[in-house]
Design a binder for this molecule. Structure first.
Ligand code: MG
Length: 119
């Protein structure tokens, strides 16, 4: 199970990775923005991404990924402070499979990752 964690905040990446590590997810790659992430998709089984990032934001990245048939079924979860209903709907409409609003508990994160990775 290879997971790509995309967030412009190194601290947030560390928090997410720590939560994943304690549950046995150890094969993790990091990217600091959408553009960086697009170069690291090969072999990834699950993508966790922030929304607001410089260079390329999470939603633009998701749209880019879903345009590519090879990544049409890659599970994607958005982890963001964009909590408005309108934004959640927009993300889901563009191919995000699940959604977590910051701040989140490690337990919530792990529960959602396990649900997504079981599909
Ligand atoms: Mg951010």
């Amino acid at each position: 199970m290879r997971i790509l964690v995309v967030d412009d905040s190194a601290t947030m990446r560390r928090i997410i990775i720590k939560a994943l590590n304690t549950t046995g997810f150890n094969d993790i790659t990091e990217a600091e923005d959408g553009e960086d992430a697009l170069t690291k998709l090969e072999g990834i089984d699950l993508l966790l991404t922030d929304w607001n990032m410089p260079v390329m934001d999470g939603l633009s990245m998701v749209k880019e990924i879903r345009r590519n048939a090879s990544f049409a079924n890659l599970p994607i979860m958005m982890i963001t402070s964009q909590a408005a209903k309108k934004e959640v709907i927009e993300a889901l409409k563009n191919g995000v499979n699940d959604y977590i609003v910051k701040p989140f508990t490690p337990a919530t994160l792990v529960e959602k990752v396990q649900a997504l990775s079981a599909k």
